[in-house]
Design a protein around this ligand. Structure first.
Ligand SMILES: *Cc1c(COP(=O)(O)O)cnc(C)c1O
Length: 350
């Protein structure tokens, strides 16, 4: 039985066009700046996001890390939302490797920090305090249903940052999902930030890598930080070739993933024992849970799906958890959605 994997859009493998582009890529030593395919990808990312320069990195985690290392130093403070990847899922890199102090603020149901709370958290110039330096945002908000940050919120954060001479970094791991959902070019989002990291390896389907974009001066610093953390790569054009196909072919099709997520949510809503609010589906993520009446935990249901149908979904980590996450992506179409719904209907949820 073919594996059907809803756990994340990170599980996507390269498309046939990508494999061909990788096999035929012109390459060189990228640490010497001589990989033509890498140079092309970085330039293309800069044009697309309307920034001066781009830098390929091994992962979104490395992209956020080198961005913060470029923007801030020891004793500087980064304002970050409590649910953000940069704070929760990156092994504390900014503090461990940069001596940067995270200033964690609560986030609302859309993943937004309150503007007044951001402003109140900005430090006076006083030797007792860390120095406020950067505000980091995340779109789509992975910890909040995959919601895209609204443009007026981004504009308001930009205005606040300008008022207080702070920088804005965007963790745009899924920024193209946000752009497609908002029906705007990605530059409508990036105009409000000084720097951004985005993932090639999620919904865009490339096997590896992310790109950081910003001013030429910032990218120069980020390149040094990338070297520092061992991220200088040699004949990396093989990966860049897949990234170029990702940008050329796979942005607009993210709308299919969003449509499929809504379709999945509508189907889940008809299954007794499943609790879901289809209105919480904004992009390619579907969050749902088990009704109180169901004896099984979400981990047990996920295990049954794997055993019976080779279908993999995200289930709560803790014992007794009742929540699930299903993410749609390039390799999930209508037959895969039907397969999940049919398999769930076959499990005794009474
Ligand atoms: C996936 C993701 C990242 C980066 O993850 P890597 O696995 O390091 O590529 C960063 N931020 C968010 C919000 C993500 O979803």
């Amino acid at each position: 039985m073919k594996r059907i994997d809803f756990r994340s859009d990170t599980v996507t493998w390269p498309t046939p066009t990508m494999r061909e582009a990788m096999a035929n890529a012109a390459i060189g030593d990228d640490v010497y700046g001589e990989d033509p395919t890498m140079n092309k990808l970085e330039a293309q990312a800069a044009v697309l996001t309307q920034k001066e320069a781009g830098l390929f990195v091994t992962s979104g985690t490395q992209g956020n890390l080198v961005s913060l290392l470029a923007h801030a130093g020891r004793g500087d403070e980064v304002i970050v939302g409590e649910a953000n990847h940069t704070y929760n899922w990156e092994a504390g890199g900014m503090a461990v490797l940069g001596g940067i102090v995270p200033r964690v603020l609560p986030a609302d149901s859309h993943g937004r920090m309150d503007l007044n709370e951001i402003e109140n958290s900005i430090r006076a110039d006083d030797p007792h305090f860390p120095r406020s330096r950067v505000i980091t945002l995340e779109t789509t908000a992975g910890g909040r249903y995959g919601i895209p940050l609204a443009l007026d919120y981004l504009a308001a954060v930009r205005a606040l940052a300008d008022k207080h001479h702070l920088l804005v970094h965007l963790d745009g791991a899924r920024v193209f999902n946000a752009a497609v959902a908002l029906d705007v070019p990605v530059s409508a989002i990036t105009q409000y930030v000084d720097s951004m990291t985005f993932c090639l390896s999620k919904g865009l389907c490339a096997p590896v890598g992310s790109v950081v974009v910003g001013t030429a001066d910032f990218i120069h610093k980020a390149r040094r930080a990338r070297k520092l953390v061992g991220g200088g790569m040699r004949q990396a054009g093989f990966m860049a070739a897949a990234g170029i196909v990702a940008l050329d072919e796979n942005i607009e099709r993210l709308a299919d993933d969003h449509r499929h997520a809504k379709m999945l949510a509508a189907g889940l809503a008809t299954i007794p024992g499943i609790v879901i609010d289809p209105a919480t589906v904004y992009t390619n993520m579907v969050f749902f849970s088990l009704d109180e009446s169901v004896a099984l935990s979400s981990a047990e249901v996920a295990e049954q799906l794997r055993e019976r149908a080779n279908i993999w979904i995200g289930a709560g980590y803790k014992r007794g958890d009742r929540n699930f996450r299903a993410v749609t992506h390039y390799w999930i179409g209508e037959p895969e959605i039907e397969a999940l719904l049919t398999a769930l209907r076959g499990i005794d949820l009474n």
